[in-house]
Design a protein around this ligand. Structure first.
Ligand code: 13P
Length: 266
């Protein structure tokens, strides 16, 4: 089965929020209700747990209708994972076709928490899922990142580039070159930490990785995630196209601060 529609266009700057499995259903709906549509040219997207998707879709449809014809952009919906087949005997799995039907634009794939135990997702599995996402008109957001911080500071960039390049190559070799992709650079050691990775590290790694997609027809966006919060956008000075937020977005005030920071920096 094939969904024919293309994903809606994304604004040049992307701010994503994954609530992982932190929020229950009432907390998720309350949280989404409190989000404001971002000013142009920012696409804000929210990735809640699967059971919250229908309620989230309804809340966002209402918000986005009100924001129509204003300078504010819609808030998009994403999912935290999908299966690589559209239908079939896969008990407990979630179909990318159904995610599209539920109003998702983006599907997150290969988060460090899914590459690790107990899920052990491999580049091969993530590649199949990216193909399935594209087949169903979803933009795959593929999380990449080195597992450990190198004990030798001067080697940390090289280690990151080596591990991330392999993760990126698996995807680029397998998906059509004209389709949009999002890579979220999330060093595993910076996820759930007190502070994000140093801006110098992020900018150098992403700068180098960008070279591997030079000349690709479809747009590739680069986000940074891993303890990202207010202040980091200014520090990164345009090294990435957006941020992928976790815990520091639980306070909606922080999301508002980041949106203000972006508008101020432009
Ligand atoms: O994993 C993340 C986003 O995908 C980041 O999570 P934290 O910001 O909570 O470290």
């Amino acid at each position: 089965m094939m969904a024919s529609s293309l994903p809606p266009p994304l604004a040049p700057i992307l701010i994503g929020i994954s609530t992982k499995m932190y929020f229950d259903l009432p907390t998720t709906t309350k949280y989404i209700s409190s989000l404001s549509n971002p000013p142009s040219p920012i696409s804000l997207f929210i990735i809640p747990s699967f059971p919250a998707l229908p309620a989230a879709q309804q809340l966002l449809a209402d918000k986005n209708r009100l924001a129509q014809h204003s300078q504010f952009c819609p808030i998009l919906l994403g999912a935290q994972n999908c299966h690589h087949e559209d239908t079939g005997p896969f008990t407990g799995e979630v179909s990318p076709l159904m995610l599209k039907q539920l109003g998702c634009s983006i599907v997150e794939l290969g988060h460090a928490e899914r590459r690790a135990s107990p899920f052990h997702e491999t580049d091969e599995m993530i590649t199949l899922k990216a193909q399935a996402a594209i087949r169903n008109g979803l933009v795959p957001l593929i999380c990449i990142g080195e597992r450990a911080r190198s004990a030798v500071a001067s080697e940390s960039v090289g280690v990151a580039i080596r591990e991330c390049s392999a993760q990126i190559k698996a995807i680029l070799d397998a998906v059509p070159g004209d389709r949009e992709l999002i890579f979220a650079y999330e060093p595993v050691w910076a996820i759930g930490a007190e502070k994000p990775a140093l801006s110098y590290h992020i900018a150098t790694v992403v700068g180098q990785l960008k070279q591997s997609v030079q000349g690709r027809e479809g747009a590739v966006r680069w986000l940074y995630g891993g303890s990202a919060g207010p202040g980091i956008w200014e520090d990164l000075k345009g090294a990435v196209d957006g941020l992928f937020l976790g815990r520091f977005a639980h306070d909606v005030g922080n999301v508002e601060m980041i949106l203000k920071e972006i508008s101020k920096a432009r």
